[in-house]
Design a protein around this ligand. Sequence first.
Ligand SMILES: Cc1cc2nc3c(=O)[nH]c(=O)nc-3n(C[C@H](O)[C@H](O)[C@H](O)COP(=O)(O)OP(=O)(O)OC[C@H]3O[C@@H](n4cnc5c(N)ncnc54)[C@H](O)[C@@H]3O)c2cc1C
Length: 485
Amino acid sequence: MRKKVTIIGSGFSSLSASCYLAKAGFDVHIFEKNDTVGGRARQLIKDGFTFDIGPSWYWMPDIFEKFFQDFGKKPSDFYQLDKLSPAYKIFFEDDVMTIGDHMDKICQEFERLEKGSSIPLKRFIAKAQKNYDIAINKVVYRPGISPLELITPETAMRVDQFFKTISQEVRKRFKNPKLIATLEFPVLFLGAKPSKTPSFYSFMNFADFGLGTWHPKGGMYEIIKAMRSLAEDLGVTIHTNSAVESIAITGNKALGVSINGSLQNADVVLSGADYHHSETLLPLENRQYSEAYWSKKTFAPSSLLFYVGFNKKLKNIEHHNLFFDTDFEAHAREIYDNPKWPKDPLFYVNFPSVTDHSMAPEGCETGFFLIPIAPDLEDTTVLRQQYFDIIIERFEKRTGQSIKNSIIFSESFCVNDFIDQYNSFKGNAYGMANTLSQTAFLRPNLKSTKVKNLYFTGQLTVPGPGVPPSLISGKLVSELIVKHI
Ligand SMILES: Cc1cc2nc3c(=O)[nH]c(=O)nc-3n(C[C@H](O)[C@H](O)[C@H](O)COP(=O)(O)OP(=O)(O)OC[C@H]3O[C@@H](n4cnc5c(N)ncnc54)[C@H](O)[C@@H]3O)c2cc1C
């Protein structure tokens, strides 16, 4: 008889693992607490407007190709992928930068701001490309079991890059604060401050300038739909509205999971829910990490999000827009060092309907506004409204148009929703940050050390936050399961 794997949650990492495990011959069942699959990457459809609730940046297309290739497929079998041109726009207090879809265009823009800067930029991106090749081909697809995984001839030659930060590396080469902010932006996806992120992670800059920014027609949820369809074709059974209440244990073995008070037996339990929450489903003696452990970790930010329908097309905007018109350092301190609601927040706005007309009714615009904030902040309706007003006013000023009266509806999502909807630790949005002391074998384990048939996947474990890492996490954990069971 086929061995049964029960997977908790249906985010990218769980869906990825489910495909690999079904292909390996397991009887796979996913139990998801919400009524739709996708976790943080779910979709909101309202009055003809389509919103991705979470991720909107499609970076590292090679990782998606690798995933589908493992099943004899390609992304284009499921969705149409377009390279965005320009990739994105950055609004500063006194200028606007446009990041093109090719290095030549980006070099021109750098030269406009700092004469001669295209030369160090090309060198920086060439180094970032080497790091990308090493990271993707030699490091990231390893399960984080031993420190030796990080030691390859290539990483040994670059050991200094693990002890210098991306901030130091960028500031050594560029003086213009706008160029510095632009080059520090990609590592924000890793969840920590650029001044705490090793310079080896400049591979994110190659992902940005070298590989470009892409958009699946219909939105990021098309990837979830693709993975769901692949999983079901491979024989995975998906149960929604099925919150796991506990993981049943006897001795050091998991018997299965409890849903609505009844035990669902399994040979293997794999949790793709937030790691901290997953461990609270266990008796105390079977948990690997204490509350003290979690509270010492650097968590990636939470977010205050607004999903807004506009009854007109907006001007002077692109698909992705960063508003870096206030002090980056001050906002970062309010997220990491002295957590509080930011005085003058940076924010990001996504208008997918600028390039993809399927995302909004004709003549309208779909807008997704995101303010990164510290996890665990007080979250009230009054605070949400206050920040909505602040960013709408700033948006109007920077883009030179009035939008307030064109809002048909606006829905918000913040710390309390992350906790309520995903059982997220302190309402984090992007999991646990990738810092030097939270990399690879220093992250929470893929395989439990206390329960022999219990495994974990997702953005709090290896390799880290983001959609591409979640796909990889699902592959890594399924390889461990196949090896051990
Ligand atoms: C606002 C936002 C913007 C982002 N932007 C980007 C981006 O542009 N690009 C990018 O690459 N990444 C981005 N990310 C990060 C990316 O979305 C995540 O890293 C990834 O989706 C995490 O997937 P996961 O499988 O680890 O977890 P999740 O998606 O959180 O999945 C976990 C699932 O477990 C379920 N669950 C929890 N508890 C239980 C239980 N007891 N029983 C059953 N089910 C349970 C949850 O409901 C959820 O569906 C963003 C994230 C957010 C929130």
